[in-house]
Design a protein around this ligand. Structure first.
Ligand code: FAD
Length: 320
């Protein structure tokens, strides 16, 4: 079965997918379809910050991965929680608002990823923020994502911070300013006692636009290719397999762990590996917008271990 096409298909309504889809819909008249394997983020345990402890355990909103036996951990597996819900991991994570390190961004740019250097991405962070510190060199005001100081300051935490300083670790009152080293209280994606996941901050306001559609409980199984170009996706939804076309682009925002997994599902039309230089940085960087636009792809039925060249260009421009 196939359905009428869209201009853009965004796979995964997580931290990055909600931002990309909402920005695309706001900036253009293009028809944008955002596809998410999980459901809505209305659960009180998601929205109440203290519900965090419950969300990282196994449950309907979590893919609940587990690593293979790790030789360095005496062959034990490690729990790998990943959000399976609107907002993705931003709906289950620790809400700590600390951006990636300047050196990481600059390192990626130095490896040939134009536009990913710190000076280029800083304006995008600022644009997205409504920071309690107000607008300045490192922060923005009036953006979608509300950033507030942590509400609770415990005497024991104060003593810990003092002790660290006595040991020579410098105090840091803002981990998102010029220097990230140091000890202090971090800011949080929490406002008025409510978790600010990306489905709340970015997607919900954008849904007023008629050109943005969200498909929940839909698992993308394949990216459909024609002449090496991504032209749509195959989705499992309500027990049916549906092909959905995208006239302009398919943008993968399915998260690093899941994305690697479903590219290598046995029997899948596509088996491929991300080039090491692309996948390594995005696995390392927390709260990054792990967004890649596939412009062309070469595919094979060989084992994933056989590196398949894949051309990826940054979709960073859509965030402007
Ligand atoms: C428990 C935990 C705590 C964390 N704490 C913090 C923190 O305090 N501060 C911080 O900065 N970072 C934290 N992080 C990391 C941060 O949340 C992630 O790096 C970030 O959310 C990743 O964003 P993403 O858009 O790449 O992926 P995700 O947010 O994971 O989004 C991917 C989305 O794609 C969907 N999807 C996947 N496959 C398919 C498919 N085949 N079809 C359809 N949909 C699909 C998923 O269901 C998900 O909604 C934490 C992460 C976890 C798991």
């Amino acid at each position: 079965m196939s359905t009428p096409g869209h201009d853009y298909i965004v796979v995964g309504a997580g931290s990055s997918g909600c931002v990309v889809a909402s920005r695309l819909a706001q900036k253009t008249d293009a028809r944008v379809l955002l596809i998410e394997a999980g459901g809505g983020a209305g659960s009180p345990m998601i929205n109440m910050p203290m519900g965090f402890a419950a969300m990282i355990g196994a449950g309907a909103h979590n893919w609940s991965y587990r690593s293979d036996a790790e030789p360095a951990l005496d062959q034990r597996g490690v729990a790998l929680p990943r959000g399976r819900v609107l907002g993705g991991c931003s709906s289950i994570n620790g809400m700590v608002y600390i951006r990636g390190q300047r050196q990481d961004f600059d390192g990626w740019a130095a490896q040939g990823n134009a536009g990913w250097d710190h000076a280029s991405v800083l304006p995008l962070f600022k644009k997205s923020e409504d920071n309690w510190r107000g607008a300045g060199a490192f922060h923005g005001a009036g953006g979608e994502l509300h950033i507030r100081p942590v509400g609770t300051r415990l005497a024991i935490a104060d003593r810990f911070i003092e002790a660290a300083q006595q040991q020579g670790i410098p105090a840091n009152a803002d981990f998102n300013a010029d220097v990230q080293d140091g000890v202090g209280y971090f800011d949080a994606n929490i406002a008025h006692g409510v978790r600010q996941h990306t489905a709340r901050a970015f997607l919900r306001p954008a849904l007023r636009r008629p050109n943005l559609q969200v498909m929940k409980h839909a698992v993308v199984r394949r990216v459909l290719l024609r002449n090496g170009r991504a032209v749509g996706v195959q989705v499992l939804h309500d027990g049916q397999v549906i092909d959905i076309g995208a006239s302009t682009e398919v943008i993968l925002c399915a998260g690093p762990t899941v994305r690697r997994r479903y590219w290598s599902v046995p029997g899948s039309a596509i088996r491929c590996c991300w080039r090491g230089w692309v996948s390594r940085p995005c696995m390392r960087y927390r709260q990054s917008a792990n967004i890649f636009r596939i412009t062309s792809i070469r595919w094979s039925r060989s084992k994933p271990a056989t590196a398949v060249p894949i051309t990826i260009s940054s979709a960073r421009a859509e965030l402007h």
